[in-house]
Design a protein around this ligand. Structure first.
Ligand code: GRF
Length: 231
């Protein structure tokens, strides 16, 4: 059923990253992939927007880029089919959504089942969808954060892999809160990519397994660089 991560790969894990915008998470992944101990390589970055700054980041890092505009396709299915063809040309082991602002069709999600990751700026299952920082402020939450999860057909609903939290401060705005959450995003997304590349991460039904053990439903809670599970 699920195309599960089948354990250690023969070579470095081949990754394709999809973006629509600034690409600060892409940058964190590019930097990590360029590190001496990295076990994954970013083969291509694909954007649905020609002016996405993330494309510049990719080119600077010497990574191939492609633009595939959803506006050139009549419907969601044909865009997603073209996207699959573009992605699969790079034979990726892992596909990473990094601020890719398109809702994907069930067919696309099924095609990459168990090897498709997303990052969502909230402590899922809280605040699926948009405007997560403002919603956390409006609710008077004392903590907020970010989740990396496997993508399934349920929007922002797939099995959680890792979460990081930040305290909500009395004078926070959606912008200041977003900035602090992003610092955490840039730590946990490369970590999840490494785990996958090392064959330690698997989607098992509606749960995530790390090192052969089921994680809590909210994923692993990241505790910073000294986190014993982090390395
Ligand atoms: C991030 O906040 C991420 O959580 C969300 O989209 C944003 C992308 O930011 N999915 P960037 O393009 O990586 O800077």
């Amino acid at each position: 059923m699920n195309e599960l991560n089948k354990g250690p790969l023969a070579g470095p894990c081949r990754v394709v990253v999809l973006i629509s915008g600034s690409g600060s998470n892409l940058q964190a992944l590019l930097d990590d992939a360029a590190g001496i101990s990295s076990e994954y390589s970013i083969e291509a970055v694909i954007s649905n927007k020609a002016d996405a700054f993330g494309l510049t980041r990719a080119r600077k890092a010497g990574v191939e880029t492609q633009v595939l505009s959803h506006r050139d396709y009549g419907d969601r299915e044909s865009f997603d089919q073209a996207l699959i063809e573009s992605i699969d040309a790079y034979q990726p082991d892992l596909v990473i959504l990094a601020g890719f602002m398109r809702i994907l069709t069930p067919g696309f999600v099924r095609h990459y089942s168990g090897r498709l990751l997303n990052i969502h700026p909230s402590l899922l299952p809280k605040y699926q969808g948009l405007h997560t920082h403002q919603r956390a402020l409006d609710a008077g939450d004392s903590e907020h954060g970010v989740t990396v999860h496997f993508v399934t057909e349920e929007l922002d609903g797939g099995p959680a892999i890792i979460q990081a939290s930040v305290p909500v401060l009395a004078d926070d705005t959606a912008e200041t809160l977003a900035q602090r959450v992003q610092v955490q995003e840039h730590k946990i997304y490369p970590l999840a990519a490494r785990w996958f590349a090392q064959g330690r991460l698997r989607m098992v039904g509606d749960r995530t397994e790390l090192n052969g053990e089921l994680l809590p439903r909210n994923g692993h809670r990241y505790h910073g660089a000294e986190d014993p599970v982090a390395e």
